[in-house]
Design a protein. Structure first.
Length: 354
């Protein structure tokens, strides 16, 4: 028995000696990558590396290269860096809009095959060029952290549905569901904003949901834990905040197909531009918001059908409820699918009422 333990210890020591060691001071940690279409199947790659200054500030250093393949891009960028580039700290990957319209799955596939890159990094489409966006400085903690925090905050507290590398790849390979990614644009010297959501057909951007409609898109694709929406009432406005929501699908008919989407919304009225709210007015606000949700969500369904995409996964749901599901047949039947909405809005707190 003692000999077995000795052999085991020797084996462990031998294996650990084969692991490559990387000292942080001797490598450059990439925090973000940008890709842009350069023409004739050429891609411009921009590597973002934070440089920590003596005064504890962060300088955004970028390296660029042009190539037809992701691996060649990395090799070309390596030639510009004094230290080896390490991808283990990447937080965001940006795609220029033109490139995203031509297809990005080859680049995404290369990312997922890199074991040093986490599956929960954010993928973002830039309204313009990724390279141009990364040239400027945002915040004090580096551009990648700024963009990552921007995405995370809008997912957790605003109208952006959850999305990351893992979710996009999962949706890409799922039958009856298409992917989507947030879109950002630069709005000032040191500011950017989320200006909407890009909708994909396979791996290409084919449509866009502006920021003004993202509230309704998130109701269909995700769940709110926080949120805000303004509701009109007799010329006045009520700000419904702290919104929580859930949704579920119900297959109500087969051939012809009919799906009822049930949406439940709960919130609090934190601001009202008129006088004090009465219980009657609160009920009317609930009804007005229900009608608005039903109408706007139905418009989104028509928009999806027009582009022959299914970002909310209606086809995937029907597949889960149907034996012998035929994907090709469903693509034709999707256009004739009837979608109905049943929305329940509940105001759980309205402050002082009369």
């Amino acid at each position: 028995m003692p000999n077995k333990w000795i052999y085991l210890c020797i084996l462990i020591l031998t294996l650990t000696g084969c692991v490559d060691k990387e000292i942080l001071d001797d490598v450059s940690l990439e925090s973000g990558i940008g890709f842009d279409y350069q023409g004739e199947r050429q891609i411009l790659g921009t590597s973002l590396v934070p440089s920590y200054q003596p005064d504890k500030s962060i300088k955004n250093v970028t390296h660029q290269a042009v190539s037809a393949m992701n691996r060649e891009l990395i090799m070309e960028i390596q030639r510009q860096s004094a230290d080896p580039l390490v991808a283990g700290s990447i937080e965001v990957v940006l795609f220029g809009k033109t490139l995203a319209q031509k297809g990005i799955i080859d680049l995404i596939d290369a990312l997922q095959r890199d074991s040093t890159i986490g599956e929960r990094i954010y993928l973002v489409v830039v309204d313009g060029k990724a390279n141009d966006l990364l040239k400027h400085d945002y915040g004090t903690r580096g551009n990648a952290t700024y963009i990552s925090n921007l995405i995370m905050q809008n997912i957790e507290e605003r109208d952006l549905p959850k999305s990351n590398l893992h979710m996009f790849i999962f949706n890409f390979f799922q039958e009856g569901k298409d992917g989507f990614l947030p879109s950002v644009r630069r709005i000032g010297k040191d500011k950017m904003e989320i200006n909407g959501v890009c909708l994909f057909k396979n791996d290409k951007v084919v449509d866009f949901i502006p920021a003004s409609k993202m509230f309704f898109f998130k109701l269909l694709t995700d769940e709110y834990s926080e949120g805000t929406y303004k509701v009109e009432l007799n010329g006045e406005e009520a700000a419904v905040r702290s919104i929580t929501s859930t949704h579920r699908f119900d297959l109500t008919k087969k051939k012809p197909w009919e799906i009822t989407i049930h949406i439940t919304v709960k919130g609090q009225i934190r601001e009202y531009s008129g006088d004090k709210l009465s219980p009657k007015a609160i009920k009317q606000i609930e009804k007005n918001l229900e009608k608005k949700i039903n109408a706007e969500c139905l418009k989104l369904i028509h928009q999806f059908k027009k582009q022959e995409i299914d970002p909310i996964g209606l086809g995937n749901y029907v597949k889960s409820q149907t034996r012998g599901f035929d994907t090709n047949k469903w693509k034709r039947e999707y256009q004739n699918l009837t979608v109905k909405f049943e929305t329940k809005v509940e105001i759980i707190d309205a402050g002082v009422i009369e």
